[in-house]
Design a protein around this ligand. Structure first.
Ligand code: SF4
Length: 474
C-alpha cells in the first residue's frame, strides 16, 4: 500500500481593515490555496498565521497591534502584511519575534515570506511544478533575482520608468530559493538585479528570518550567506558603490567567485555626467588597483556605450586610455541608440552612426589585445572548470572568470566520462582573446571541501597549491 502523503502546510489568516485590504487578503488566500496550502480557522491548527493589518486610524492601528500580539501568544509563528507593514522598522522594534513584515499590495513579498517560513508541500505525484520552480537554464546553474526595478536615473535608460522603483525581495525568501536550487543540483548561482549592489535599500535593509536565522537585506550580508551554500556565487550588475569593497573582501575570504561585473559605461567625466553616472573615473582606477591587490585573481567584466550624444574624439580617447590602464578582463561595447522616452534624447550634438560604429570597432580591437593578455596568464595553470556541454571527445565549460552566455569558454579534451554540471580540474594549454584550451586532469571533490580547502589556503596566504591551482573559490 502506498504511504500516506504528509499533510499540507496550514496557514491561518487574520484580516483587518477596509475592503481594499480584504481584497488583498482574498488574493493572498487564493495564491496560498493554489500552491497547496491548507487554510485553517484557528490558531491551534495553523503552522503559521498571517496578519493583514490596517493603519488608517489610531484605533485601527491599536486593533492591528492587538491582533499581532494575540497571534504571537496563541501560535508564535506570525507573518505581518498590510498597511502597518509600511512602517516595518517600528513594527519590528515592537514585535521582534515576528517572522517577516511586508507592506500593502506586496503579494509577491507576502508569498515569499510564507515560502521562507513554511515551504509549500511538494508532491511529485500531483504537482506539475518541482519545488525549485521551472527554469530555462541548464540544471547546473541558475539566475537568482534579488530585486526588481531601479532607483537610479541614468539618462540613456528607461528601465526605472518601465519597471518602477527598486523593490527588493526579503533576504530570507531569496536565500530559501537559493537553498532549493542548490538542493535541486545547481552548482552556480548568478545573482542579478538592475542594480545588485543597491539590494535592500528600499527595505531599509530589514531583517527577515529563515529557520531561526536573522538575515539582513543587504548585499554584503546576503552574499556572505549565499557563500555558505558551497556552490559558485557570481555577482552581476554591481554599481560601484563604496561598499563594493566589502564584497571584494568576501571574495578574498572565499565566499564568492572573484568575478565582478561592473557596468562602468564610460570613462570621460563629462560624458559620465551627461549619462548621470558616477564621474570619478580616476578614483575608479584606484579602486580597481586596490581590488586587485586584495584579490589578485579578480576577473572584471564591464560594458561601455560609445557614440553617446556630445562624445568628442577627445572623450573617446580618454575612454581608450582608461581601458589601457584598467586592463579589464571582459568588455562589452554598445553603440548608443536613442530609446523612446530616455532623457538623453534631449541632449545636443548627436554622434553620426558611422563615427560611433568606428569607435566601437576601435574599442573592441584594443580590448581584444587586453583580454588576450589577461587570459594568457592562465596558460600552464590548473583551473576549476564547470562543464556546460559534452559532445563526443570535446567538452566546453567555464572557469570562475566566465559567466554563461556572455564571457568565454574552456574547450576541454582528454577526458573519459564527463557530464554537464561536473566540476573538474583542467590544465590550461593555450588561450586566445576569448577562450581557454585545456586538458582534463581530474574531478573536483565535493564543493564544500573545495571551499574549505580554498579558504584555508588563502587564510594561510600560501599559494593556491603546489600545482598552481585556482578553484576560483578563494
Ligand atoms: S542603466 Fe541600470 S542603473 Fe541606470 S537607470 Fe538603467 S537600470 Fe538603473
Amino acid at each position: 500500500m502506498a504511504a500516506k502523503p504528509p499533510r499540507p502546510p496550514r496557514v491561518g489568516l487574520v484580516s483587518l481593515g477596509c475592503p481594499k485590504a480584504l481584497v488583498d487578503s482574498e488574493r493572498i488566500l487564493t495564491r496560498l490555496r493554489a500552491e497547496g496550502y491548507e487554510l485553517v480557522g484557528s490558531y491551534e491548527e495553523a503552522d503559521l498565521v498571517l496578519v493583514n493589518t490596517c493603519g488608517f486610524l489610531d484605533s485601527a492601528r491599536e486593533e492591528s497591534f492587538a491582533a499581532i500580539r494575540e497571534a504571537l501568544a496563541a501560535n508564535g509563528r506570525v507573518v505581518v502584511t498590510g498597511c502597518l507593514g509600511a512602517e516595518a522598522e517600528r513594527l519590528r522594534a515592537r514585535f521582534p519575534e515576528v517572522l517577516a513584515i511586508t507592506g500593502p499590495h506586496q503579494y509577491e513579498q507576502v508569498m515569499a515570506a510564507v515560502h521562507a517560513a513554511l515551504p509549500p508541500a511538494h508532491d511529485p505525484r500531483f504537482d506539475l511544478v518541482p519545488p525549485q520552480g521551472l527554469r530555462l537554464t541548464p540544471r547546473h546553474y541558475a539566475y537568482l533575482k534579488i530585486a526588481e526595478g531601479c532607483d537610479r536615473r541614468c539618462s540613456f535608460c528607461i528601465i526605472p520608468r518601465l519597471r518602477g522603483p527598486q523593490r527588493s525581495r526579503p533576504a530570507a525568501a531569496v536565500l530559501a530559493e537559493a537553498e532549493r536550487l542548490v538542493a535541486a543540483g545547481v552548482r552556480e548561482l548568478l545573482v542579478v538585479a538592475q542594480d545588485t549592489a543597491a539590494y535592500g535599500t528600499d527595505l531599509r535593509h530589514a531583517t527577515s528570518r529563515l529557520g531561526g536565522r536573522a538575515l539582513r537585506a543587504h548585499i554584503v550580508d546576503f552574499a556572505r550567506a549565499l557563500g555558505g551554500l558551497g556552490v559558485w556565487v557570481r555577482l552581476h550588475y554591481v554599481y560601484p558603490y563604496p561598499h563594493v569593497d566589502e564584497l571584494v573582501a568576501l571574495m578574498a575570504e572565499g565566499h564568492l567567485l572573484p568575478y565582478l561585473d561592473v557596468p562602468f559605461q564610460h570613462a570621460s567625466p563629462r560624458i559620465l555626467r551627461l549619462m548621470r553616472r558616477p564621474a570619478r573615473a580616476e578614483r575608479t582606477l584606484e579602486r580597481i588597483r586596490a581590488w586587485r591587490r586584495a584579490v589578485p585573481e579578480l576577473v572584471l567584466r564591464s560594458s561601455f556605450v560609445v557614440g553617446f550624444p556630445g562624445e568628442t574624439e577627445a572623450d573617446f580617447a580618454e575612454l581608450l586610455d582608461w581601458l589601457r590602464e584598467a586592463e579589464l578582463d571582459r568588455v562589452g561595447c554598445f553603440v548608443y541608440e536613442p530609446v523612446e522616452g530616455a532623457a538623453a534624447n534631449a541632449l545636443p550634438d548627436p554622434v553620426p552612426p558611422e563615427v560611433a560604429e568606428e569607435r566601437r570597432a576601435r574599442l573592441m580591437a584594443l580590448q581584444e589585445e587586453i583580454s588576450a593578455r589577461r587570459l594568457a596568464r592562465h596558460v600552464g595553470r590548473e583551473l576549476a572548470v564547470l562543464v556546460d556541454a559534452v559532445d563526443g571527445d570535446v567538452a566546453v565549460g567555464r572557469t570562475y572568470g566566465d559567466a554563461p552566455e556572455i564571457d568565454g569558454r574552456v574547450h576541454l579534451r582528454g577526458f573519459d566520462d564527463l557530464v554537464p554540471g561536473d566540476l573538474v580540474w583542467a590544465a590550461v594549454e593555450d588561450a586566445d582573446a576569448h577562450d581557454l584550451y585545456a586538458r582534463y586532469v581530474e574531478h573536483q571533490r565535493p564543493a564544500e571541501e573545495a571551499v574549505a580547502e580554498a579558504s584555508a589556503a588563502s587564510a594561510s596566504s600560501a599559494s593556491a597549491s603546489a600545482r598552481g591551482r585556482s578553484s576560483g573559490i578563494m
